[in-house]
Design a protein around this ligand. Structure first.
Ligand SMILES: *[C@@H]1O[C@H](CO)[C@@H](O)[C@H](O)[C@H]1NC(C)=O
Ligand SMILES: *[C@@H]1O[C@H](CO)[C@@H](O)[C@H](O)[C@H]1NC(C)=O
Ligand SMILES: *[C@@H]1O[C@H](CO)[C@@H](O)[C@H](O)[C@H]1NC(C)=O
Ligand SMILES: *[C@@H]1O[C@H](CO)[C@@H](O)[C@H](O)[C@H]1NC(C)=O
Ligand SMILES: *[C@@H]1O[C@H](CO)[C@@H](O)[C@H](O)[C@H]1NC(C)=O
Ligand SMILES: *[C@@H]1O[C@H](CO)[C@@H](O)[C@H](O)[C@H]1NC(C)=O
Length: 276
């Protein structure tokens, strides 16, 4: 794979993952099994309050072609066909949902040494076209992310982002929601040996003049156990512990407390991912 700037979605991703990934207040169970012919079957169940949502995903890999078929509780059938590297650096993704006939889309991802492009087009008469592009190197990247609705002739989304990488420090700046939200983030690797990192994100909303500051940290207590904690300026404190009790099988317990309304019950989330 090309060692270029990556895709637009990679801008600020390390800080986002540090601050938001795996924190949840739901109860989630994932089980992956493999058939003798190599088909991976993943069942997921999520309990959100009183609601229970489940889906089953079947993944089949044949050389460079991966087919994913997912069925959810509402009997929707999601199909995704991914063709990796029909040409160097290129990935083609074709997806549709049955019975939603307007859901078909084609996505092309292209990774080059100095550019990364991700574009997707709906397969309808007047499609929505999503395009994101990044230029730069591994050290500095500048990107834009837009959506164009050909039915109305409007740009329905325009975002821009900037990414700087310097040894153990990654900083990023993005302008989202048509210029209404400015977000700055940083991620600092403190010790690669123990996977210790700190990060922060400051988000400013121009129309409401609100600022949100979230800071977080992570640390591997041993090769199998990761702890994370975060805090924001509204007094929300969250923490999680993740343990791999066998390779790729993870149990994650997370908790969140609103220190300004401590009498309200704290939220506890649980995620269990099993892979034999
Ligand atoms: C941003 O920096 C990170 C960390 O070096 C890198 O992995 C990622 O590819 C960069 N993203 C873009 C879009 O440049
Ligand atoms: C590519 O763009 C589509 C549409 O905007 C988006 O859904 C998808 O997540 C993007 N993929 C990556 C890897 O960024
Ligand atoms: C599969 O990927 C390899 C490189 O990873 C490429 O050389 C080859 O042409 C691809 N084959 C097809 C059928 O896309
Ligand atoms: C374009 O992106 C939006 C949100 O990012 C998504 O909801 C929509 O499905 C995407 N459309 C296509 C054709 O990929
Ligand atoms: C999109 O375009 C239509 C007609 O051209 C216009 O009436 C509408 O206000 C536009 N919507 C947005 C969100 O710009
Ligand atoms: C920014 O503030 C406006 C007005 O309060 C609100 O409608 C919008 O959802 C906010 N945007 C974000 C990203 O929170």
């Amino acid at each position: 794979m090309a060692k270029g700037p990556g895709l637009y979605s990679d801008i600020g991703k390390k800080a986002r993952d540090l601050l938001y990934k795996d924190y949840q207040s739901d109860h989630k169970f994932t089980l992956t099994t493999y058939t003798s012919t190599g088909v991976a079957i993943t069942s997921t169940g999520i309990k959100k309050g009183e609601l229970f949502l489940a889906d089953i995903n079947t993944q089949l890999k044949n050389k460079n072609i991966t087919t994913d078929i997912k069925v959810d509780t509402n009997s929707n059938l999601f199909t995704t066909i991914t063709v990796d590297e029909p040409a160097p650096g290129l990935k083609t993704i074709f997806s549709f949902i049955v019975p939603d006939q307007r859901s078909g889309k084609v996505e092309l991802q292209y990774l080059h040494d100095y550019a990364g492009i991700n574009t997707s087009i709906g397969l309808t008469a007047n499609p929505v076209v999503n395009f994101s592009g990044v230029i730069g190197s591994g050290a500095v990247a500048l990107g834009a992310d837009v959506a164009f609705d050909t039915a109305t002739g409007n740009f329905t989304k325009y975002n821009a982002g900037l990414n700087f990488t310097n040894a153990d420090l990654i900083t990023s700046l993005t302008l989202n929601d048509k210029g209404d939200t400015l977000r700055a983030s940083y991620y600092h690797t403190v010790s690669p040996l123990t996977n210790t990192a700190v990060g922060a994100e400051l988000s400013h909303n121009f129309s409401s003049n609100d600022n949100t500051l979230t800071i977080g940290t992570q640390h591997a207590m041993d090769p199998l156990t990761l702890v994370k904690a975060r805090l924001n300026n509204y007094g929300k404190v969250s923490a999680l512990i993740q343990h791999a009790w066998r390779p790729k099988s993870l149990i994650t317990i997370s908790g969140e407390v609103d220190t300004r309304a401590i009498e309200k019950s704290a939220k506890v989330g649980l995620a269990l991912a099993l892979k034999p």
